[in-house]
Design a protein around this ligand. Structure first.
Ligand code: URA
Ligand code: SF4
Length: 201
């Protein structure tokens, strides 16, 4: 199975990784997508936030979490006292996966093959940033880091020791937007982000 490893420069800094990722053909998702949407944020960030994959707006604009889910994330980060400018924000998969329905592009969940194929980019980002905490937004990100058996519903909102950093998993902001009881879902999301914030008194 092809993957991104052949495209990832070794011992690269974030700018070099970002640039190299533009040319990744590690899986088939680069074909229909507009561009690679790489992670963004300071190289010395203490927190890495990782989502699933870019959405429609992210694919068009080339930046992570700039669409509706990103706006909800921005609000929650602000309320939790976390400065988005100081965190590194990325996705488990760097290309938008979608099907076309007329003029609309409908988000499709990335499959196991694509998540595994794209993992070398996330590993390289972690190696460059060396965060103290990784916050996984939703189960795709959490499983990419913690393994297939991880259940966000069971283990969300608490610190887990993984390698040389801590991990905290929470729901995906898009799931908050879709939740039948959006206020309750948002409150739970915010509580988890406040827990994350508590690591940095
Ligand atoms: N959803 C994600 O998981 N990532 C983005 O960048 C945008 C929406
Ligand atoms: Fe490469 Fe990841 Fe894009 Fe696939 S999704 S082409 S592995 S950057």
């Amino acid at each position: 199975m092809p993957d991104a490893a052949a495209f990832v420069p070794s011992d690269a800094n974030l700018d070099e990784l970002h640039d190299a990722a533009r040319r990744c053909h590690g899986c088939e998702l680069y074909r229909p997508a507009t561009q690679t949407v790489f992670g963004e944020g300071p190289e010395d960030a203490e927190i890495v936030l990782v989502g699933e994959q870019p959405g429609d707006q992210e694919d068009r604009q080339g930046h992570p979490f700039v669409g509706p889910a990103g706006r909800l994330l921005d609000r929650a980060l602000d309320e939790a006292g976390i400065d988005r400018e100081r965190v590194y924000v990325t996705n488990a998969v760097k290309h938008f996966k979608f099907t076309e329905r007329g003029k609309r592009r409908i988000h499709q969940q990335p499959g196991r093959t694509e998540i595994v194929a794209c993992a070398p980019w996330f590993e390289a980002e972690l190696a460059a940033v060396r965060p103290r905490l990784v916050v996984c937004l939703g189960s795709i990100a959490a499983k990419a880091l913690l393994g297939q058996s991880f259940r966000v519903t069971v283990d969300r909102g608490r610190f887990l020791s993984v390698r040389e950093f801590q991990v905290l998993a929470t729901v995906h902001p898009s799931a908050v937007l879709r939740a039948p009881d959006r206020d309750a879902a948002y409150a739970g999301f915010l509580a988890d982000l406040k827990t994350a914030r508590s690591m940095f008194p």
